[in-house]
Design a protein around this ligand. Structure first.
Ligand code: NAP
Length: 295
């Protein structure tokens, strides 16, 4: 295990890597960029497209609007009913593409059944694709030429960077291989010269024990609570828990068994108050950069 990581973490009063101090730093950079844009009569504007009324989506949407408004970023909501037609959704994306005042879009997925995910996400103009949802943007992620990465993947990177966790030459294990998190975050870690191992639902528990024993940083994005318990954890490791799961009694929990892992490893992100708040900051940062570029 890396002595360098252990030294950095032992300097901290706690081994909990909170997202707040990371998002506050990103937001202070956003604030000064917004002031510059305002001086040129530009107000960054985020379009939010939601289909249906999923409570988790609506809660996130409200949090984004509140945060954006505090930073002087305006938002335009497009809320469509669950039974909306494909052509109406495409029409809405065209409206976003054609509106010069809109600098980027947050589009909630998955879409309701019957809507063509490929067709809809690929309709978004490249200049408004903050979350790298189009095939064109994803291709850039995989060729190492991306400006925008999916925001949650970027949030994992920003957290590691903020807490000065070294990545170059370190072994990073990523649990999960979705196009939204697992795959792009593994590309970001390789960009930083980490040696990346990817695990997924077909990785056996025995294999996972061996792979995690060889890893310095472990990013868990499985969408299932308690995927990563103390049987996989070791002293010296840094754990980034991307998961956001609602329990039957309404609590928000991650994919890691926090209570049993936190005491074993060197540092861990909590859920809530971990990756989630940084994701929103990364979304707004990418929006403001789009406003700087496209005016
Ligand atoms: P997803 O599309 O369901 O993908 C889950 C991935 O995890 C799949 O690749 C799956 O493998 C793998 N997996 C499932 N069980 C596993 C296990 N036991 N061991 C290892 N890998 C396993 O989910 P996602 O969209 O990537 O989201 C992952 C989590 O992140 C969810 O909890 C989601 O709510 C959360 N999330 C957080 C934020 C944030 O800002 N914090 C934002 C978005 C999403 P297969 O490919 O073999 O099926």
């Amino acid at each position: 295990m890396s002595q360098k990581i252990a030294n950095i973490i032992s300097d901290r009063a706690t081994n909990i890597l909170y997202g707040k101090e990371v998002s506050e730093k990103i937001e202070s950079e956003i604030s000064s960029k917004v002031a510059h844009l305002n001086a040129q009569n530009i107000t960054p504007m985020l379009a939010i497209l939601r289909i249906g009324e999923n409570p988790a989506d609506m809660a996130y949407e409200n949090a984004v609007i509140k945060r954006a408004s505090k930073l002087g970023i305006s938002t335009k909501q497009f809320a469509l009913p669950n039974d909306v037609s494909q052509s109406e959704v495409l029409g809405c994306i065209d409206q976003i593409n054609d509106d010069d005042k809109i600098h980027g879009a947050l589009i909630f997925r998955p879409f309701p059944e019957g809507l063509d995910d490929n067709l809809i996400r690929n309709r978004l103009a490249a200049s408004k694709d903050l979350d790298a949802i189009t095939d064109e943007a994803l291709a850039l992620v995989f060729t190492g030429k991306a400006k925008n990465y999916p925001c949650t993947a970027m949030a994992c990177f920003e957290l590691l960077k903020h807490y000065k966790i070294p990545l170059s030459g370190q072994v990073v294990l990523v649990l999960g291989r979705s196009l939204v998190i697992g795959k792009p975050v593994s590309m970001l870690m390789q960009r930083e010269n980490a040696t990346v191992i990817m695990a997924h639902s077909k990785t056996s528990s025995d294999q996972l024990k061996k792979l995690s024993a060889a890893s310095d940083v472990i990013i868990v994005a499985t969408g299932r609570p308690d995927t990563f318990g103390k049987e996989y954890a070791q002293s010296g490791q840094i754990i980034i828990d991307v998961g956001m799961n609602r329990t039957d009694d309404g609590r928000l929990v991650g994919d890691v068994s926090f209570d049993e892992v936190a005491d074993v490893v060197d540092a861990i992100t909590p859920v809530p108050k971990g990756v989630g708040s940084v994701t929103t900051a990364c979304l707004l940062k990418q929006l403001v950069e789009s406003a700087e570029k496209n005016g």
